[in-house]
Structure formats: C-alpha cells, structure tokens
Design a protein around this ligand. Sequence first.
Ligand SMILES: C[S@@+](CC[C@H](N)C(=O)[O-])C[C@H]1O[C@@H](n2cnc3c(N)ncnc32)[C@H](O)[C@@H]1O
Length: 230
Amino acid sequence: MSDWRSFWDSEHSIYVNARHKDVHYREIADQIAAFVPSPTARVLDYGSGDAIHADRVAAVAAEVTLCDAAPSVRAAMASRFAGNPKIQVIAPEDVAALPDGRLDLIVTNSVAQYLTEDELTRLLAMFRRLLTPNGTLIFADVIPPDVGALSDVTALLRYATRHGFLIAALIGLAKTTVSPYRRIRNTLGIAQYTEAQFMKKLTDAGFAAERLARNMEHNPARMTFRARPV
Ligand SMILES: C[S@@+](CC[C@H](N)C(=O)[O-])C[C@H]1O[C@@H](n2cnc3c(N)ncnc32)[C@H](O)[C@@H]1O
C-alpha cells in the first residue's frame, strides 16, 4: 500500500483543526501512559503519527521510541522532542535492527488498516521478538469489516461535540469527501478484521491475546487488543 505511505507523508487534513489534533494526541498519550508498567519501562509507539504529547508518556517511562514510516512526520517529531533525552525518533528499519527483548511496551494505534496482511504478519513477528518475556503489545483501532465510513462520521461528530470543534469537524468531513484520503481509500481500500481473525493473527504470532472492553481511539466500534508473549 505504498500510496498510503505517501499520503501520511503529505500535508493532509485528517485533523480538522489544531484543537482536534491536540485533544487527539493528548488522549492517546494519556492512554499509552496508563499502559506503561513501571518508570523503568522502555516503550515503542509504532506508527506514532505526530505524537505531539509523547512527553506525557516519557514522564512515566524510562525511554520512549517513536517510529513512523513518513519521513516528514519523523522530522517534525525529532525537532519537537530534541530537548527531551527520554524520547527518540527512528525509522521502521531502525526498529527492525533493535535487539531481541528490548521493549516492555509496544503500542500501535490506527495503523493496521494501512498494512497488507503480509505486512501485519511480519510486524507482529518483529514485535514478538522485540518484547521482553513480560512485555505487552497494545494493538488499537482495528476496524471490523462491518464498520464503515458512517460509523467513523458519527464517532467523529460525537468526539467533536464533546471537545468543542463541531463546526470545524463538519467542514473537515465535507473536505474529506473530495480528499486524497477518500480517493486512496476507494482505490486501495483498508484492511479490516473480525475480532476472531485479529485474535488468530496475534496467537499465530506467538501471543496470548484479549480484546479490551474499550477502544483506544474515539470510535467505540473499532477494537483494541492486548497481547503478551507466550
Ligand atoms: C492514522 S495515523 C495514526 C497515528 C497515531 N498512531 C495516532 O494514534 O493518531 C497512521 C500512521 O501510521 C503510519 N504508518 C503507516 N504504515 C506504517 C508502517 N508500515 N510502519 C510505520 N508507520 C506506518 C503513517 O505514516 C501514519 O503516521
């Protein structure tokens, strides 16, 4: 899905305004922080996006590694967190080069849909290798096959109402219908999994897994899984 990579490396308007981006990344950071097992933990946020509040995770961990496929996203994060010695920004190939058992927590939110099934299989094998025996993988915002654009629209409008950016969200949604995102999604599609299919991907990769009661992101119809090496 190379076009998804170009999309995330471009000036897109997935976040309808600065407030949306701010509350989104703040909430994601706080949820990642809640999964950090101890102040000595080494954490990887894989497919982190802009992660503008990663310092909130770093505040409760020993080390936070941010990885994103998009070079422009990595450059923005590297510049933002240059003064924070606990945060490093690396490319996917650098993650692949990390030693076995390096990480206590790996979180990946809203990434599975942009991967082919083979890419997902390879990623899970790499995560399994990188986690300590007591480590945890959180795989979040996985989209079931019966959850479509209408569910995303409803969830975004509820979220925007709660956080005071409803008008901007309505304008953003109108723009999205003619955006590159919609065009790529119509052409390439996104990867979707039932709960059973995703659980099987995790168990086949050597994890014991469970679906959590609540999704990490704002659409409750999407799924978050917690997995531990077996
Ligand atoms: C929907 S955004 C999610 C960003 C962030 N995790 C969040 O919670 O908002 C998807 C991100 O995954 C990144 N991505 C997609 N495929 C990837 C891959 N194979 N390896 C690393 N990052 C990837 C994209 O560049 C993009 O920044």
